[in-house]
Design a protein around this ligand. Sequence first.
Ligand SMILES: Cc1cc2nc3c(=O)[nH]c(=O)nc-3n(C[C@H](O)[C@H](O)[C@H](O)COP(=O)(O)OP(=O)(O)OC[C@H]3O[C@@H](n4cnc5c(N)ncnc54)[C@H](O)[C@@H]3O)c2cc1C
Length: 247
Amino acid sequence: MDHPVGLSWGLAPEPIGPYRGPGATSGIPALRDGPFRRNRSAFRVEIGNWGWSWPKFTPNSTVQEALKENKIGADLRKAITEKEERLMRIGMLIEMHALSNNSVTIDDRYRDQLGNYRPVITFMLSDHEKRGLKAARSFCVQMFDVAGIIDKTDYTEKRNVQGFLVFEDEELWWQGAGHYAGTHLMATNSEDSVVDASQRSHEHKNLFLTGCGSMPSMGTSNPTLTAAALAVWAAENIANDLNNIKS
Ligand SMILES: Cc1cc2nc3c(=O)[nH]c(=O)nc-3n(C[C@H](O)[C@H](O)[C@H](O)COP(=O)(O)OP(=O)(O)OC[C@H]3O[C@@H](n4cnc5c(N)ncnc54)[C@H](O)[C@@H]3O)c2cc1C
């Protein structure tokens, strides 16, 4: 599992000081829950801080564009500064259901040069996530409008790229967030999962598996703090086991 992330980008009406500090300095987490989740996935809004580097490879692409216009010296610096300091980018992280078709497996047809199996990954969105992605994009359009940001989002050059889709007549584009999860799934029984809530293997009682692999799916948030909490929880369970053996 992972959760899809969509991007919106625009030009702010005034300099907003991008590229200073980490890749994301703030966000809007208030949209992550509500009755609407019956109809569509929730999303989290990440306010990006590195210009359009993700969707458009700025600042490099800005320099290339200015050079194509034969700008050099002070003109070049001015062209880069004027554009770069107004770049706004939003990441829309979409909650993902535990879809049973999404899997990592092996297949005799796919091996590396040493003959080892390569992972065969299947990852698709259902209409529920697509509706969430569409709602997130619509939110960005409204937010840009209110903030006076000129929406420059354009998925035309993504049309032949994985993640591009047309949903309910709207062009959308998503990528994996790199927040990989699943495989040693956590659930109540060994029929459809590997570990129980204490992170203990159903089949081998002295084996614990921790990390994002225990998560059957991915909410709107980045997973590492939850994975760390699961690891601490597993450690407590192991310690309890050892104490019980001693006593
Ligand atoms: C580009 C990127 C940005 C990210 N940013 C964030 C972020 O901002 N916030 C956040 O919360 N999360 C973020 N993540 C996600 C985060 O990195 C992962 O969720 C987290 O590392 C998962 O931890 P894990 O222990 O489950 O798995 P991993 O960190 O992948 O650890 C699994 C380990 O198992 C080892 N391993 C695999 N197979 C074997 C084997 N057969 N034998 C022995 N060892 C093996 C691997 O080498 C690896 O060290 C990001 C991920 C990426 C890729």
